[in-house]
Design a protein around this ligand. Structure first.
Ligand code: SF4
Length: 264
């Protein structure tokens, strides 16, 4: 893993994602190295994702200047990285950025796969408007290690969600992407939804796997190596595949009285 520091030119960028006015990404690159990550394609990054991290160490200073003149709006933290990946323990850029955002009381929405977010619980609590979401794609941690190798375990994520909820912070979970025949096995999805309900999330968001053109080779290579029996199925997915999964998840959420929204 190559870790370096770089200077960025802006701290807050306008966001095109629904619900966010700004995006804030303290790092370029991500140690979590998820197989399905779309960030390198959004950023047109040619280096192998998961093998480098650039820490934007001037970001908190820049942010403090920008916040004086920006209109107040929701800041989405971690739109193309994970602000709480392991390197954050060393650089603390996310914490310093949160301190600035808190001074101006900008609403924040943090998305992560790391229980390190609990380090900043006190600070997050002090915002007037705050939300924390965890991506959780499976209940099976052995499976998780195969495609989200650097992220927190499933158990740590569920437990972190519960701690955040107990601290009065609005929480949600993102079940996505659904990886056909890998993360959507019926018993696993049922157990995952029950686990998320127990962790006291307010709602669940679900998205399907979208194989963007550039990420296709990497994803198909992963399937070929880890799940050779699924390779052909991934090449010839039925058009209505994800609609059936949607019906199943809707039913399971209804049984658990858990609010669910689909991104597809
Ligand atoms: S945690 Fe998010 S940004 Fe990091 S590799 Fe995984 S999907 Fe990509």
């Amino acid at each position: 893993m190559k870790i370096s520091t770089v200077s960025c030119k802006t701290a807050l960028t306008p966001s095109r994602l629904g619900g966010y006015d700004y995006a804030l990404n303290p790092y370029r690159g991500c140690q979590h190295g998820c197989t399905y990550c779309y960030a390198p394609y959004v950023l047109r990054e040619k280096r192998r994702w998961g093998e480098f991290v650039e820490a934007r160490d001037n970001l908190p200073r820049l942010l403090s200047k920008e916040l004086r003149r920006k209109a107040k709006g929701v800041v989405g933290i971690s739109t193309v990285t994970d602000a709480y990946q392991p390197v954050e323990k060393r650089f603390e850029i996310t914490r310093l950025a949160l301190e600035q955002l808190q001074r101006y009381d900008f609403p924040v929405c943090i998305q992560t796969k790391s229980s390190l977010v609990l380090r900043d619980l006190d600070l997050i609590q002090s915002f007037s408007q705050k939300e924390v979401g965890f991506t959780v794609t499976t209940i099976d941690d052995e499976m998780r290690q195969r495609y989200e190798p650097g992220a927190s375990s499933v158990e740590e994520r569920l437990s972190a969600l519960e701690s955040l909820a107990d601290a009065g912070i609005d929480t949600w979970a993102f079940l996505g992407p659904i990886m056909p025949y890998i993360t959507d096995r019926n018993d696993d999805i049922e157990a995952l939804i029950a686990g998320l309900k127990k962790s006291k999330i307010h709602y669940l968001m679900v998205d399907r796997l979208n194989i963007k053109q550039g990420m296709r080779p990497r994803l198909l290579d992963f399937v070929k190596i880890e799940f050779p029996e699924l390779e052909e199925m991934y090449r010839t997915l039925p058009a209505d595949y994800f609609e059936e999964v949607k019906l199943e998840i809707k039913k399971l959420c209804k049984d658990q009285e858990l609010k669910v929204e689909f991104c597809y």
